[in-house]
Design a protein around this ligand. Structure first.
Ligand SMILES: [Zn+2]
Length: 125
Protein backbone atom coordinates (compact mmCIF):
# COMPACT_ATOMS: atom_id res chain seq x y z
CA UNK A 1 0.00 0.00 0.00
CA UNK A 2 1.31 3.41 -1.02
CA UNK A 3 1.51 6.03 1.73
CA UNK A 4 0.16 9.47 0.94
CA UNK A 5 0.76 12.77 2.72
CA UNK A 6 -0.65 16.25 2.21
CA UNK A 7 -0.84 19.65 4.01
CA UNK A 8 -2.95 19.66 7.18
CA UNK A 9 -5.45 22.31 5.99
CA UNK A 10 -6.43 20.32 2.91
CA UNK A 11 -9.94 18.81 2.98
CA UNK A 12 -10.55 17.84 -0.64
CA UNK A 13 -8.86 15.53 -3.11
CA UNK A 14 -9.01 14.76 -6.78
CA UNK A 15 -8.09 11.40 -8.24
CA UNK A 16 -6.89 11.60 -11.83
CA UNK A 17 -7.96 8.32 -13.36
CA UNK A 18 -7.23 6.68 -16.67
CA UNK A 19 -9.72 4.22 -18.07
CA UNK A 20 -7.62 2.32 -20.59
CA UNK A 21 -10.49 0.88 -22.61
CA UNK A 22 -14.28 1.07 -22.49
CA UNK A 23 -15.47 -0.64 -19.33
CA UNK A 24 -18.81 -1.59 -17.84
CA UNK A 25 -19.17 -2.00 -14.11
CA UNK A 26 -21.95 -2.60 -11.61
CA UNK A 27 -21.55 0.11 -8.98
CA UNK A 28 -23.68 -0.89 -6.02
CA UNK A 29 -27.12 0.75 -6.01
CA UNK A 30 -26.37 2.71 -9.19
CA UNK A 31 -26.43 -0.53 -11.14
CA UNK A 32 -24.68 -1.04 -14.46
CA UNK A 33 -22.57 1.90 -15.69
CA UNK A 34 -20.55 2.42 -18.88
CA UNK A 35 -17.28 4.31 -18.89
CA UNK A 36 -15.68 5.10 -22.24
CA UNK A 37 -11.88 5.05 -22.33
CA UNK A 38 -10.49 8.39 -21.22
CA UNK A 39 -9.10 10.65 -18.53
CA UNK A 40 -11.41 11.12 -15.55
CA UNK A 41 -11.26 13.15 -12.36
CA UNK A 42 -13.04 12.11 -9.19
CA UNK A 43 -13.45 14.78 -6.50
CA UNK A 44 -14.04 13.90 -2.86
CA UNK A 45 -13.35 15.13 0.63
CA UNK A 46 -12.65 13.96 4.14
CA UNK A 47 -12.94 16.48 6.93
CA UNK A 48 -10.77 14.32 9.13
CA UNK A 49 -7.88 12.17 8.07
CA UNK A 50 -7.69 12.99 4.39
CA UNK A 51 -4.44 11.05 4.10
CA UNK A 52 -6.08 7.85 5.32
CA UNK A 53 -8.91 8.30 2.82
CA UNK A 54 -6.51 8.70 -0.08
CA UNK A 55 -4.36 5.80 1.07
CA UNK A 56 -7.55 3.72 1.05
CA UNK A 57 -8.30 4.75 -2.55
CA UNK A 58 -4.79 3.71 -3.57
CA UNK A 59 -5.05 0.32 -1.89
CA UNK A 60 -6.27 -2.79 -3.64
CA UNK A 61 -8.33 -5.74 -2.45
CA UNK A 62 -10.50 -3.67 -0.11
CA UNK A 63 -14.21 -4.11 0.53
CA UNK A 64 -16.15 -2.13 -2.09
CA UNK A 65 -18.14 0.64 -0.42
CA UNK A 66 -18.36 3.80 -2.51
CA UNK A 67 -19.20 4.06 -6.24
CA UNK A 68 -15.60 4.97 -6.99
CA UNK A 69 -14.37 1.74 -5.34
CA UNK A 70 -16.16 -0.29 -8.00
CA UNK A 71 -14.58 1.68 -10.82
CA UNK A 72 -11.07 1.57 -9.31
CA UNK A 73 -11.33 -2.19 -8.76
CA UNK A 74 -11.51 -2.76 -12.54
CA UNK A 75 -8.21 -4.02 -14.01
CA UNK A 76 -8.36 -1.51 -16.90
CA UNK A 77 -8.64 1.47 -14.55
CA UNK A 78 -5.63 3.20 -13.02
CA UNK A 79 -5.05 6.18 -10.71
CA UNK A 80 -2.54 8.44 -12.47
CA UNK A 81 -2.06 10.95 -9.66
CA UNK A 82 -3.72 12.54 -6.65
CA UNK A 83 -4.10 16.24 -5.89
CA UNK A 84 -5.33 17.79 -2.65
CA UNK A 85 -6.68 21.23 -1.83
CA UNK A 86 -8.29 23.47 0.78
CA UNK A 87 -11.05 24.30 -1.77
CA UNK A 88 -14.43 22.74 -0.80
CA UNK A 89 -15.03 19.63 -2.90
CA UNK A 90 -18.17 20.78 -4.74
CA UNK A 91 -16.67 24.10 -5.80
CA UNK A 92 -13.52 22.37 -7.00
CA UNK A 93 -15.57 19.76 -8.87
CA UNK A 94 -17.68 22.46 -10.54
CA UNK A 95 -14.55 24.31 -11.68
CA UNK A 96 -13.51 21.28 -13.76
CA UNK A 97 -14.31 21.39 -17.46
CA UNK A 98 -15.64 18.00 -18.39
CA UNK A 99 -18.73 15.93 -18.97
CA UNK A 100 -20.62 13.66 -16.63
CA UNK A 101 -20.45 10.05 -17.82
CA UNK A 102 -22.84 8.61 -15.20
CA UNK A 103 -25.42 10.83 -13.43
CA UNK A 104 -25.19 10.65 -9.66
CA UNK A 105 -21.87 8.83 -9.56
CA UNK A 106 -20.02 9.67 -6.34
CA UNK A 107 -22.58 12.35 -5.52
CA UNK A 108 -24.81 10.56 -2.99
CA UNK A 109 -23.87 13.11 -0.31
CA UNK A 110 -23.69 16.14 -2.62
CA UNK A 111 -25.99 19.02 -1.63
CA UNK A 112 -24.69 21.49 -4.19
CA UNK A 113 -26.14 20.19 -7.43
CA UNK A 114 -22.93 18.86 -8.98
CA UNK A 115 -24.77 16.01 -10.71
CA UNK A 116 -21.73 13.77 -10.29
CA UNK A 117 -18.37 13.87 -8.58
CA UNK A 118 -16.77 12.00 -11.46
CA UNK A 119 -16.05 13.86 -14.68
CA UNK A 120 -14.66 12.76 -18.00
CA UNK A 121 -12.10 15.36 -19.05
CA UNK A 122 -10.99 13.96 -22.36
CA UNK A 123 -11.32 10.85 -24.43
CA UNK A 124 -8.31 8.60 -24.72
CA UNK A 125 -6.21 8.31 -26.78
ZN1 LIG B 1 -20.99 18.29 -5.19
Amino acid sequence: MKKFSCPGDHVSYQLHIRVHRDVRIVAGALGSCNFPAGHYVYTGSARRNLQARITRHLSTGKKLRWHIDYLLAHPDVEILRVETSAIPECRWNQQLEGRIPVAGFGASDCRNGCGSHLKLLSPFP
